[in-house]
Design a protein around this ligand. Structure first.
Ligand code: ZN
Length: 305
């Protein structure tokens, strides 16, 4: 988001900068590249699966699109800096390079109509920290964006909070892997299988339907009676992303997160390993492999077959 050129600051200096950024108040950004328009609304509705005909018929933007209109895009040109940018750069420069969004609250004042041109205004609202979190020591930074029409009418507000954290140094093999799966009565059978080198797929004990991820109810017959079947451990890569950034504790980027289609008919998410990232291809045949992450956890992953 910002260039990592700032020098390292002490906690006191970070709070001092935060105070200055808060004092700047609301700073207007660049107006949207395009006025509110039907093609973008249509794409949004399709992507969201929203079939409400009212938006297109009446030329109204879905309120949750507020942020969409003024997104700078990947190739953003020079623009006014928001009071958030300097704070983020300072946190990066001080080693808090990890980032996760923790809160987002939007408030809509009215529908925005086709043809209206929105301009965002950002104010930095506060910095809290340093705090010890599961991801590492970090700061919570909060800012607010208000979108205005050309008549200076505010139409939507957003509060956004991120945790900027210092990624822990590479874990020793003896340290627990920080991202442990949530094991509960619906998923325990799966992890018990993984520990034995079995890939278990939940099935309905009444109608036999397979489902993954595991859940309490059969999507076909609504039965709560559960069983499982052993999968062959083969599959093909249905889709994937290459994770480069932000840093993930306990992992070394880049790594591949894939959706693997099993011949049994369900899809499962897992890392694709033992294959250079640039050689990963949709449709490639894969075979499950089990990786020990720490004393407790084994993860199923996928390697070229
Ligand atoms: Zn069933």
């Amino acid at each position: 988001m910002t260039e990592n050129t700032a020098r390292s600051m002490t906690d006191e200096e970070l709070h001092e900068l935060a105070g200055k950024q808060v004092a700047l108040g609301e700073i207007r950004g660049a107006p949207a590249a395009d006025p509110v328009n039907i093609p973008m609304i249509r794409h949004w509705l399709t992507a969201m699966g929203d079939e409400n005909p009212r938006y297109l018929e009446q030329g109204l933007a879905p309120p949750a699109m507020a942020q969409v209109w003024t997104m700078p895009g990947l190739r953003r040109g020079p623009r006014e800096r928001s009071p958030v940018d300097d704070m983020m750069a300072a946190l990066d420069g001080s080693g808090y390079t990890g980032v996760v969004a923790t809160n987002c609250e939007q408030t809509y004042h009215r529908y925005v109509r086709v043809g209206e041109l929105l301009t965002p205004a950002t104010r930095f609202s506060g910095l809290v920290g340093p705090k010890r979190t599961a991801l590492g020591v970090g700061y919570f930074a909060t800012w607010n964006i208000t979108w205005y029409t050309e008549d200076d009418e505010p139409v939507a507000d957003m509060m956004f909070r991120v945790l900027k954290f210092r990624p822990p140094a590479k874990k020793e093999a003896t340290e627990p892997y920080p991202l442990q799966p949530a094991v509960n009565q619906d998923t325990a059978f799966f992890w018990e299988g993984v520990d034995k080198g079995e890939l278990r797929v939940q099935s309905c004990a009444d109608c036999g339907e397979l489902r993954h991820p595991p859940g309490p109810l059969c999507p076909r017959c609504r039965s709560t009676e559960r069983a499982y079947r052993l999968a062959a451990g083969t599959g093909t890569l249905f889709s994937y992303v290459v994770h480069h950034y932000p840093p993930v504790p306990g992992r070394e980027a880049p790594f591949v997160v894939g959706v693997v289609e099993l011949p049994e008919g369900v899809r499962i998410v897992g890392n694709v390993v033992d294959c250079p990232v640039e050689e990963v291809r949709i449709g490639m045949p894969l075979r499950v492999t089990y990786r020990r992450m720490d004393d407790r956890l084994v993860l199923p992953m996928w390697a070229p077959a």
